[in-house]
Ligand binder design. Sequence first.
Ligand code: HEM
Ligand code: HEM
Ligand code: FE2
Length: 453
Amino acid sequence: MQYQSHKIAQNFYTASVLLFLVQVVVGLIAALQFIWPDFFILNFNTIRTLHINALVVWLLMGMMGATYYVVTEESESELWSVPLAQLQFWATVIAVTAVVAGYIVMGLNPQTNTEIFGTRALNEGREYIEAPRWADVLIVISVLLFLFNCLMTVFKTKKFTAVQGVLLGGLTFLALMYLPGMFYTNNMVKDQFWWWWVVHLWVEGSWEMIAAALLAFMLHKLLGADVKVLAKWMYIETGLVLFTGILGLGHHYYWIGTPEYWLWVGGVFSSLEPIPLLLMVWDAFRTTREVRGVVPNRIGLYLTVAHAIFNFVGAGLWGVIHTLPQVNKWTHGTQITTAHGHLAFYGAYVLLIIAMIYVTLPSIKGVKEFNQSRGFQSFWWMTVSMIFIVIAITGAGMVQTYLERLLGLDYVTVKASYNLWFWIFRALFGVGFLVGVLILVKDILGFGQKPAA
Ligand code: HEM
Ligand code: HEM
Ligand SMILES: [Fe+2]
């Protein structure tokens, strides 16, 4: 290991893949509850909260690990303070464990979610960011410590590289966008209005900026591709992501009580959102065309390109199909949304973090060659299963839209009878996905311990 700081990146990676495992196990429980609603001691609400919070948190932890790695490598120096980064890691782990314990306690006994200082003690509501206010404060402190440490490293070494600029810019934007989810309003419309800032401006703004920076970093590290050319495309991608994504926010303002002009703003800008994602695919292919096959870290390269492709398919295509108000009027909040949510998060961020892990772990562990077959197995188990999960729930969503929204059948009737087979398929492929995650966790935890085959 070249730098002590890399050990911290590795700790974050370990914590994030373990939380990924938790996310998928509870996801499978949620899927079984669609078939047997009484399955398991915790009910669907609690399980679903755990599933999507674990998702967001492990991705954030993965990004932190990746950033500590990138900043160290690009600055050619240890972090400004290694002990501070260590403290930040453990504080994050403790805060996350406490929040999860809180959700479980509340799931077992809802009365425990009492009011303290005008907010709820264990769960604040608001999908994806249910963490209570005390945890929000801890999260903000942790993120500030993290950003401070990274920025101080860059200022200390004065190596202002393009990748660090966009990466840390994206992370600062990410931190700022957490704040609109932290204040309280009695008005439901206003509350939803601000809540979408967090959710949408994260995944379609700041996180995509981070993805563009990490994509450039990985292509450079794997292929030694020209930094100037990579940086140029990274700026174009980032600019377009922000141009289309910020006002694309309007696709969540169609039916929540906001003014009518959002129908236009959301429809027009979000329809353009696939363009930068397609550019990223082109960027990945253009850069790798000539060197494919000669790069030693094949799995790293494979995952990088797969990330670019599935980012476009999941976020871009599965997003654009229901983004026009004329379509969304019928599909809003159905399983079509869920199908898009799965493929977008998987393609854009799950594959991004796993790619970063495989690209950087060899140098963290100081191994030149490693057995790549487990990485490939895990990739295929997960990806094929995810494709079928998405096909199943897209089908369920089409049936749901037709029967519920057009014919007026009741929600539970459609869910419990007409869509039953889709849930069975989803659960089966969920098992396949879990197999992939288990292989991944095993490979990452024991990375480099066995000699390359
Ligand atoms: C990586 C980027 C993206 C991720 C991770 C993502 C994820 C999600 C998730 C999880 C939801 C469901 C939110 C809820 O709980 O209600 C959602 C909704 C939505 N997304 Fe995306 N998305 C991404 C990009 C896009 C893009 C590029 C478009 C358009 C081209 C898009 C269009 C939509 C629309 C229209 C909805 C609302 C669906 C409804 O009305 O129910 N998304 N997205
Ligand atoms: C990396 C893999 C996964 C990602 C990124 C992911 C992501 C998500 C997201 C974003 C949601 C909220 C969707 C929305 O509100 O529209 C969700 C809900 C859900 N997920 Fe996953 N998930 C993954 C794996 C799984 C697996 C393997 C299963 C099990 C088969 C599963 C089952 C579910 C279920 C049943 C829900 C609730 C859907 C609903 O409320 O209609 N997920 N997941
Ligand atoms: Fe959005």
